[in-house]
Design a binder for this molecule. Structure first.
Ligand SMILES: Nc1nc2c(c(=O)[nH]1)N[C@H]1C(S)=C(S)[C@@H](COP(=O)(O)O)O[C@H]1N2
Ligand SMILES: [Mo]
Length: 379
């Protein structure tokens, strides 16, 4: 914002300049993925996905309750949590609805393009440490995270006024990178990202990283809250079984193209540096391939750094653009350490989530476009 702008100016009411507004109330903001230029997404550029209004929480009166199947139910004040030994991990969070705008026919939900994803350095207390303190009773199978935000849902079946809540299995809860985060990229969490405390569940789609945590409950059966059963579900045909409705959990393997952006003008007859990021949840990206002919042929892209667990990896591909003007369709796909290959076609059963197929990026090859791709960026 420029220094002379008055508080009444348009920019003053737009704290996240540079983000794309997908919904105003509640505020949902997308990172313009074409601007990808560093391993860490800044707090100002990190996408925001909220189902309800941001709850107004006061650090002095806020409490975190730990209850259910624990030996010693307890309550933490923020000061206490801030004193516990921390761990910092870089992790990519992608919303399960990312890329929804590419679905045809259109489906309901926020029309995210490529930017409902970001990578930050998260600092907090390992969930395992807090669970060990409370003592897990035998029979506990899941950890439920409850947010302080609540509201009524427009979509039936609606249970009335409910809190945002999600859950993870106990085994995942005890992995070292699942954190109760109070610090994002070295700064206290912003209100929109879950101040004063949020869960970060690396390797899982964003819905599990519950913001504005107020309660953690250990339960003896899979949690069946609204956001695990009525929402954030998808149909999947698994070998030997009838079709099942499953809760969204781990990230699939995905590569995304940052530049060129959809509909970008690229110069004819030149070398264009295609670049982007790839991630694979709990697995590691082993290769990224690029097609510049709509998926007919594929070439290997260069991975630009050694992988960091749970974080995206940057890649690049030098494309000799066609001599003649016209339309080209670019695609990228990721392969991972589990042998997963990013599919080229949408699985139509999946509905509006887990949109992990390789999306075609159409660009216009032009003799009028400025020469050269963007400069290499900091990784
Ligand atoms: N309490 C609460 N936690 C939440 C949500 C929410 O609406 N309420 N949205 C979830 C979803 S769907 C995503 S993708 C991530 C987004 O985190 P961010 O807004 O910090 O990017 O938060 C998750 N945690
Ligand atoms: Mo999400």
């Amino acid at each position: 914002m420029n220094a002379t702008a008055s508080p009444e100016s348009a920019t003053a009411t737009q704290p996240f300049a540079g983000l794309i507004l997908r919904d105003k109330e509640p505020e949902n903001l997308e990172f313009p993925f074409a601007t990808l230029n560093g391993f860490i997404t800044t707090n100002e550029q990190f996408f925001v996905r909220s189902h309800f209004a941001v709850p107004k929480l006061d650090a002095a009166t806020w409490r975190l309750k730990l209850e259910g199947l624990v030996e010693r139910p307890c309550e933490f004040i923020l000061e206490e949590l801030l004193k516990l030994r921390t761990r910092t991990v870089a992790a990519t969070i992608e919303c399960a609805g990312n890329n929804r705008i590419f679905l045809s026919p259109k489906v309901d939900g926020l029309q995210w393009e490529l930017g409902a994803v970001g990578n930050a350095e998260w600092t907090g207390v390992p969930l395992a440490a807090v669970l060990e303190r409370a003592g897990v009773q035998p029979g506990a199978v899941e950890v439920v995270f409850e947010g302080a935000d609540s509201g009524k849902l427009a979509k039936p079946p609606s249970p009335g006024n409910i809190h945002y809540a999600h859950s993870i299995p106990l085994a995942k809860a005890f992995t070292s990178d699942v954190l109760l985060v109070h610090t994002m990229n070295g700064q206290p969490l912003a209100p929109s990202h879950g101040f004063p405390l949020r869960a970060v569940v690396p390797g899982w789609y964003g819905m599990a990283s519950v913001k504005w945590l107020q309660r953690i409950v250990l339960v003896d059966r899979p949690f069946r809250g609204y956001f695990k059963t009525a929402d954030y579900t998808y149909w999947e045909q698994r070998p030997g079984l009838p079709m099942q409705l499953l809760p969204v959990t781990e990230n699939e393997a995905k590569a995304q193209i940052a530049r060129p952006a959809p509909r970008e003008l690229v110069p004819a007859d030149s070398i264009y540096r295609v670049h982007g990021a790839a991630w694979a949840g709990e697995a590691t990206v082993t290769q990224v391939q690029v097609s510049t002919d709509g998926g007919a042929t594929w070439e290997k892209a260069n991975l630009l750094s050694t992988p960091v667990p749970h974080a995206w990896q940057f890649w690049e591909f030098h494309w000799r653009t066609p001599a003649q003007p016209g339309r080209s369709t670019l695609m990228a796909r990721a392969l991972d350490s589990r042998g997963r290959v990013q599919p080229l076609q949408r699985d139509p059963h999946r509905g509006s989530y887990v949109i992990s197929h390789s999306v075609p990026i159409e660009v216009e090859v032009s003799k009028r476009a400025a020469g050269g791709g963007p400069e290499p960026f900091d990784i």
